[in-house]
Design a protein around this ligand. Structure first.
Ligand SMILES: *Cc1c(COP(=O)(O)O)cnc(C)c1O
Length: 391
């Protein structure tokens, strides 16, 4: 009787093939074998290229990173386990105790939390200023400010930051401009177009695009910053899963088509909502009645994106009725899916704020944010017509 117990734990050789796969291989291996210790030395000192241990890097992360690099027009970005992992790697990679960070007033909820709760615990001072007011924001970049963190388009009121004023003020103050490009995507604007020192993404959203992946991306222009961010991500264990990277790369194949279709749908939906009786206000940067329309037109070059925010009267009651009637529109606190999703900031992304704090940035019980998908426009307009009819 042959003893199979030994062969069972040995890897069966991959079948040879004179052909190569057209699809991207998925490589989940945790570790990579090297020929000998000299070969490992050569790898770790950068004389040769390759992988050793997946937390430090793996092929599917490299493939995905180079694809997003190409979209941003840069080289050497890295993929991490989530959008928040990207924000975390930047902050902990580039800051030390005693530094100061200035953020936009309407940052993503967890970025706000990182700045309000976590960074101060590490002796890092944080402050906020309105990025739509370039002069006020510039004045808030006081000496000692090491990082300025802004989102080009804010959530959920879709206000557009005065990026050129902020970039030049950050530069003259010697602060690093970190741009969270999640909402806008390179489909509308690239980090390098606005002089970002660091650009980051929640790949989870429009880039991966199918609501089945949680990932982030970060790139720094300065190689020393890139190394610091990479070392932090590796040490803190912010590693992405190979399967998630594989899925996200697959999602990117259709990014251009998805972004174009979703943006066209968003423009049509914004116009239709503006005509609908129960809607008291529509916010879409592509509309002439948006407070930052002129800036959006110049900065985004007509690519206004897939996000639309609107307001209905009637408080929580009316909001509940709308969501229950919108059976074809998933009510979910995310964005960037192929399907149109509806979110209610007061009960989800902005629930940690007080009523007064929400009111100050224009969020009420009747505020809805729509992440517009790629459905046929007739379907989408009919779904909203029906849902609003029930209000
Ligand atoms: C979702 C989001 C994040 C965080 O990304 P995760 O992948 O959920 O960690 C950061 N910034 C913005 C603007 C986002 O929308």
């Amino acid at each position: 009787m042959t003893d199979t117990r030994k062969t069972l734990v040995r890897r069966t050789p991959w079948p040879g093939s004179v052909t190569g796969p057209i699809g991207t291989p998925l490589q989940p291996s945790v570790a990579y074998t090297a020929q000998d210790p000299d070969a490992l030395d050569a790898l770790y000192t950068g004389q040769t290229q390759g992988f050793s241990y997946a937390r430090e890097g793996h092929p599917n992360a490299s493939v995905l990173a180079s694809k997003i690099d190409a979209m941003e027009g840069v080289e050497g970005g890295i993929v991490v386990g989530s959008g928040m992992a990207a924000v975390t790697a930047v902050m902990f990679g580039l800051l030390k105790s005693g530094d100061r960070v200035l953020g936009g007033t309407q940052l993503y909820g967890r970025s706000l939390r990182l700045m309000r709760e976590e960074l101060p615990r590490m002796g890092i001072e944080t402050a906020f200023s309105d990025p739509t007011d370039g002069a006020a924001f510039a004045a808030a970049i006081t000496p000692g400010t090491r990082i300025v963190l802004v989102e080009v388009v804010s959530n959920p009121t879709l206000r557009v930051a005065d990026m050129h004023a902020i970039a030049s003020a950050a530069k003259s103050a010697g602060a690093l401009l970190v741009v969270d490009n999640t909402f806008t995507t390179p489909g509308a604007i690239r980090g390098i177009d606005v002089g970002a020192d660091v650009v980051l993404h929640s790949v989870t959203k429009l880039l991966a695009g199918h609501s089945d992946v949680t990932l982030g991306y970060v790139h720094a222009a300065d190689p020393a910053h890139r190394k610091a961010i990479y070392d932090t991500a590796t040490t803190f264990g912010l590693t992405p899963s190979p399967f998630d990277c594989w899925l996200a790369e697959r999602g990117l194949f259709t990014f251009d088509l998805r972004f174009e279709r979703a943006s066209a749908n968003a423009a049509a939906l914004a116009d239709a909502l503006a005509q609908a009786a129960p809607v008291s206000r529509v916010l879409y940067p592509g509309r002439a009645d948006h407070p930052d329309h002129a800036r959006a037109a110049a900065l985004l070059d007509g690519r206004f994106g897939n996000m639309v925010t609107f307001e209905i009267a009637g408080g929580r009651e009316a909001a509940n009725r709308l969501v229950r009637a919108a059976a074809d529109l998933p009510f979910a606190p995310t964005l960037g899916d192929v399907a149109t999703t509806l979110s209610h900031p007061a009960s989800s992304s902005h629930r940690a704020l007080s009523v007064a704090e929400r009111a100050a940035i224009g969020i009420g019980e009747g505020t809805f944010r729509v992440s517009v998908g790629i459905e046929p426009p007739e379907f989408l307009l009919a779904a909203f017509r029906d849902a609003l009819g029930a209000v």
